[in-house]
Write a new protein. Structure first.
Length: 280
């Protein structure tokens, strides 16, 4: 049994909150550069040039890529042979978010009540997702999620009779309805299977996967490619001004489900698809 101090978790979460908001992942940068090379619409070219300049300045000057520094979504894969000591896990994560958003001068965007509002003042609580896995390490992933894109996400509880065409139509419908609101070019996470809540989590986890990594199942890998192509044929384009690049990538995650259902969730992210990972 390996012991890990709660303070270590706090320190890692603090650092990742800042780094994720200042440094765009390399796979996203590469995707944007590839799309810029393929664009032939002058306005779309200009928008992508501005996006590239923006993330370059953010990385060099260590400032946030976007003014919406998001809710802190924290994914923990906890080894079953780990014992966390010296504090409460939830509080350790929240303290990391609290310190990171203060030290990094990141916008605090969390309200304490969904209806009555009232800013918490420190961007807590984090949206915490835990998973027990084999081993004696903790894998920490912080993915700040802005709500211009989160608000454009959707879930639908299909009957199996809807088939794969029902899922394809739903993905396209969701992206088309989103239009320019999620600051395209977007990354689209799709979750299929499980239950109402599980398929939504699958869709969010899909956004944490590299855009250069395809689903290991050839069937879903082909579906990812097909749907990305269809989305880019919608012509929404960078920031909604038209062009070839509406989405940078589409990632699908699946899991078993009930014989009577086929849940599907679409979680949209903007081109600032932020996530940083560290293993303790």
């Amino acid at each position: 049994m390996r012991e890990i101090q709660a303070q270590q978790i706090t320190d890692v979460v603090e650092r990742l909150c800042i780094e994720a908001n200042e440094q765009l992942p390399e796979d996203i940068k590469n995707a944007i550069h590839r799309c810029r090379a393929c664009e032939d619409w002058e306005i779309a070219q200009g928008v992508l040039d501005q996006i590239i300049t923006n993330f370059e300045i953010a990385g060099e000057e260590k400032v946030p890529i976007c003014q919406d520094t998001g809710m802190a979504c924290v994914f923990l894969e906890i080894g079953q042979d780990v014992h966390i000591t010296g504090g409460d896990l939830r509080e350790a994560v929240d303290e990391g978010v609290r310190r990171g958003y203060d030290k990094g001068y990141l916008r605090k965007s969390v309200v304490r009540d969904p209806v009555r509002r009232g800013n918490t003042g420190d961007n807590t609580p984090a949206m915490l997702y835990t998973e027990i896995v084999p081993g004696e390490q903790i894998k920490v992933t912080v993915g700040p999620k802005g709500f211009g894109s989160e608000n454009m996400s959707a879930i639908r509880m299909f009957k199996p009779s809807a088939g794969i065409e029902g899922i394809k139509d739903f993905i396209l419908e969701t992206v088309e309805n989103a239009g320019p609101n999620p600051c395209p070019p977007m990354v689209v996470g799709v979750g299929i299977g499980g239950t109402f809540d599980k398929c939504a989590l699958l869709a969010k986890k899909a956004l944490m996967r590299s855009t250069e990594e395809r689903n290991p199942d050839p069937y879903y890998a082909a579906l990812e490619e097909e749907m990305l192509e269809k989305i880019n044929q919608l012509g929404i384009g960078p920031q909604g001004f038209g062009g070839r690049t509406t989405a940078l990538a589409l990632n699908i995650e699946t899991m078993p489900t009930h014989i009577a259902g086929m849940p599907c969730a679409v979680n949209i992210n903007c081109h600032v698809t932020r996530h940083k990972t560290e293993v303790i």
